[in-house]
Design a protein around this ligand. Structure first.
Ligand SMILES: CC(C)(COP(=O)(O)OP(=O)(O)OC[C@H]1O[C@@H](n2cnc3c(N)ncnc32)[C@H](O)[C@@H]1OP(=O)(O)O)[C@@H](O)C(=O)NCCC(=O)NCCS
Length: 409
């Protein structure tokens, strides 16, 4: 079967959307895609064609990613991956992933990133899970704060806003949280549909927090569920809650947990170290509903990627990366200066040195932001080296705080 992968033409947009609907099983009458998000960066939207028919789709968005130390690395954010059920398991995705990686490389992006519909798809293409996606549920009636937090007076207030104010204010607040390792940029076309839900009919509630008249946080939420026997069993679902100041972050949580006629508050994107846990009088009530794969990273330019982040340890590591196509590249990382260069293992003939460690590209992607150690992967494959080298790599890649991606894409 010959598969052609190329950027879609203007007149193919409708077929592109239709394929998305078929791959993800959206009912035809639903607004299957969200307009601004669908229309953003169409010059990076690809289709896979067989006999002239679109049978697969996928695209890159130009996102930057915050790495340890605070630098923002340019990446290609893969999204909208779908293959028609009529052509599944014939290599269509494989062909598209090659085209999307080539598109990223052509633009000088040092990594490809994505979030996955299933955990089983992308490791084979070199992606490692660099953050955890964490969902929590807190019962409102069990959400009292510990006295030290509860008694701290907070001068702020919360007020509702509508779409115009939200559009004008939220991006700047989000931008102030971008120091968080694992966070990504949100282009202008992301907001109207991915967060505000246009043209979906979900009633979304939006609030801002203000301190001394200055907006310093916001939350967006839905309320779902039913009443049972005259008692509300409804749930607030937090879609986004952003505040650079942890005290404001907690004030927004307190607001949500105090809303009447709901039984609980759930959030599908929280950091594992969200301060809410230790603010609760009973931290066990910060109930983790799930903890699975969040941001996946595939290194495309290892030297650039490893040079972009900083390291707490000062050590030198010679390592090799095996990619999914069986190609090995070798690097020397000087953690003290955050300098990663190809070789000298590349010239092993003259230096005579073996790399200290060999890792699969998905392992490097997984450890890059510090969410996990190299040691975690030794038993499952993808790491070759002495225990001493593995433990040195663990110390080098470790970070003081947990990375988190709190943006859907
Ligand atoms: C997931 C999906 C894109 C795979 O496309 P595809 O064209 O069938 O994939 P390929 O034929 O290129 O498969 C490549 C390899 O990945 C494996 N694979 C593909 N999808 C897989 C899945 N969901 N789970 C486990 N393995 C999978 C294949 O078995 C194949 O393995 P092999 O090389 O050992 O034979 C397609 O099934 C689909 O559109 N699913 C619904 C929408 C979706 O989930 N999209 C992904 C959004 S992140």
């Amino acid at each position: 079967m010959d598969i052609e992968v190329r950027v879609i033409r203007d007149d193919e947009f409708e077929a592109f959307e239709r394929l998305d609907r078929r791959a993800f099983q959206f009912a035809p009458e639903e607004p299957e895609v969200e307009e601004s998000w669908a229309r953003g960066e169409l010059d990076r939207a690809f289709a896979a064609l067989v006999d002239g028919e679109i049978v697969g789709i996928g695209r890159n968005y130009s996102f930057d990613l915050t790495v340890p130390g605070g630098a923002r690395v340019r990446t290609g954010a893969v999204s909208w991956i779908g293959v028609s059920p009529t052509h599944r398991r014939r290599g269509v995705l494989t062909a598209m992933m090659a085209a999307l990686a080539a598109d990223s490389r052509d633009r000088g992006e040092s990594a490809s990133i994505l979030t996955a519909s299933e955990g089983s798809i992308y490791r084979r293409f070199g992606y490692g899970t660099a953050t955890d996606r964490v969902g929590v549920t807190i019962e409102s009636a069990r959400s009292a704060f510990v006295t030290t937090v509860a008694t701290r007076s907070h001068a702020g207030r919360v007020r509702f806003v509508e779409i115009d104010e939200a559009t004008a204010m939220f991006p700047a607040i989000y931008e102030q949280t971008r120091g968080r390792v694992g966070s990504v940029s949100r282009p202008e076309f992301w907001w109207p549909t991915v967060l505000f839900g246009y043209p979906s009919k979900d009633p979304r509630f939006m609030v801002v927090h203000e301190t001394a008249g200055k907006v310093d946080g916001y939350a967006v939420y839905l309320v779902g569920g039913t009443w049972s026997g005259g008692v509300s069993d409804r749930t607030i679902e937090v879609l986004d809650l952003q505040a650079p100041d942890p005290a404001v972050h907690l004030a927004l949580w307190r607001f949500l947990l105090d809303i009447d006629l709901v039984a609980r508050v759930s959030a599908g994107h929280v950091a594992i170290d969200d301060p809410l846990r230790w603010a609760l009088a009973d931290p066990r009530r910060f109930r983790i509903a799930y903890r699975n794969d969040g941001l996946h990273i595939r290194p495309l330019d290892v030297a650039a990627l490893c040079s972009a982040r900083t390291y707490v340890a000062s050590d030198v590591l010679r390592f090799a990366v095996d990619d999914a196509q069986g190609h090995r590249s070798e690097f020397e990382l000087d953690a003290a200066t955050s300098t990663c260069v190809p070789g000298p293992c590349d010239s092993r003939g003259s230096s005579g040195r073996e790399p200290d460690l060999v890792v699969a590209d998905h392992v490097l992607g997984a450890v890059l932001l510090g969410a996990r150690s190299v040691t975690e992967f030794v038993a499952s494959g993808g790491v070759t080296g002495t225990a001493e080298a593995v433990s040195r790599a663990d110390r080098i890649f470790a970070t003081p705080t947990a990375p988190a991606l709190l943006t859907s894409f």
